[in-house]
Design a protein around this ligand. Structure first.
Ligand SMILES: Nc1ncnc2c1ncn2[C@@H]1O[C@H](COP(=O)(O)OP(=O)(O)O)[C@@H](O)[C@H]1O
Ligand SMILES: [Mg+2]
Length: 333
């Protein structure tokens, strides 16, 4: 049995067994119960602590059975929700740095910050005093998305900022007309300006995340190479299924990114091997290493590609951007 699974949790086993759709637990409950309480943080482990993996060490793990070059080239524009209801798995880090690396490749990228914590906003150097309106106004007040978009220090990379008032949306939206479709409509109004729209979701499966999953065509799930890595994936997939059957038939879990990989631990290798075995078509060959530089960059308001352009983290997110975009021709000018 792999180390990271808690053997007593039936839902985790279910993920591994690719549980039949009919057995997915109570989909109605998932959509009605907004906001869902945050998933518990992953407990610290003996392998966690202060240590950092050797930045130069090669990441040697089994890679996806389908080589990136054989994966389909997806037409642009792409709207990708970065979702995982667990906190601290690398959603925001991946949103910010994948976005920056895609912009470096010449794509026009909009990061939509949908987490009331606003970490993608500040991580891209946009401070509260820099803007008047935010995603709260877009979702709750029909404020034009175009008007809240801020340019970042990276050419081609833009952000629609979030502030703490966005947390009120989970409650305020409940009684509103077409409450699940508000972000979708806003994004449709700007989509022609971008090649990629990347939505950073909060760590819950409430109405904010439902809005993101309704607006997106694809979901990218970051999975932390840690204990309980797959915990909650069954619930996430049930929500995806619910959204795809009721609101957004085209929704697809297209991409899984393994994050915080520590090449010195057996645990990281085991998680990577297990996820690769069960999601061979979704898991990216590029695996994000655990490095301190990646965690330092946000406090300087810079993506890793700017903060430490030659670091392992920067190089890996560039590789991920190439893999995710897969050479798709740019369309926006
Ligand atoms: N590859 C990595 N190496 C080291 N620290 C990381 C890495 N990815 C994320 N972190 C740090 O882990 C914490 C959680 O990451 P974050 O992206 O904010 O997760 P989420 O958005 O899923 O809550 C942050 O402090 C972040 O800086
Ligand atoms: Mg986050």
């Amino acid at each position: 049995m792999a180390l990271f699974r808690r053997p007593s949790r039936p839902e985790d086993k279910a993920v591994m067994k690719q549980m039949p759709d009919a057995e997915l637990a109570q989909p109605e409950a998932a959509i009605e119960s907004a906001p869902t309480p945050l998933a518990p943080e992953v407990p610290p482990t003996a392998l966690d602590g202060e240590v950092e993996s050797n930045p130069e060490a090669d990441v040697v793990v089994p890679i996806a059975k389908v080589a990136p070059s054989e994966k389909p080239v997806r037409a642009l524009p792409r709207v990708i929700a970065i979702a995982n209801q667990k906190g601290g798995v690398g959603k925001t880090t991946t949103t910010v740095n994948l976005g920056a690396a895609l912009a470096e490749l010449g794509y026009r990228v909009l990061v939509v910050d949908l987490d009331p914590q606003g970490n993608a906003t500040t991580g891209l150097g946009i401070e509260r005093r820099n803007f008047e309106f935010s995603m709260y106004d877009v979702i709750m007040k029909d404020h034009p998305l175009e008007d809240v978009v801020e340019a970042t220090s990276v050419r081609g990379l833009f952000v629609a900022p979030a502030t703490l008032d966005l947390s009120g949306v989970e409650i305020e939206l409940v009684s509103m007309f077409s409450r699940e479709l508000r972000l979708k409509r806003a994004i449709e109004s700007v989509i022609d300006d971008y090649d990629f729209v990347i939505i950073d979701c909060p760590p819950s499966l409430g109405l904010i995340t439902i809005n993101a999953l309704t607006a997106a065509r694809e979901v990218l799930v970051p999975i932390q190479c840690e204990y309980y890595a797959l915990e909650g994936l069954t619930q996430l997939r049930a929500t995806l299924k619910l959204v795809s059957s009721n609101l957004n038939p085209e929704l697809e879990l297209s991409t899984i990114v393994l994050t915080m990989y520590d090449s010195r631990t057996r645990l990281s290798a085991d998680v990577a091997a297990d996820v690769t075995e069960h999601f061979p078509d979704q898991v990216c060959a590029t695996i994000i290493p655990r490095t301190v530089r990646l965690s330092e960059a946000p406090s300087f308001g810079q993506p890793i590609t700017v903060f430490d352009t030659n670091s392992k983290g920067a190089k890996t997110y560039r590789k991920l951007a190439k893999e995710v975009s897969n050479g798709a021709p740019k369309r926006a000018g």
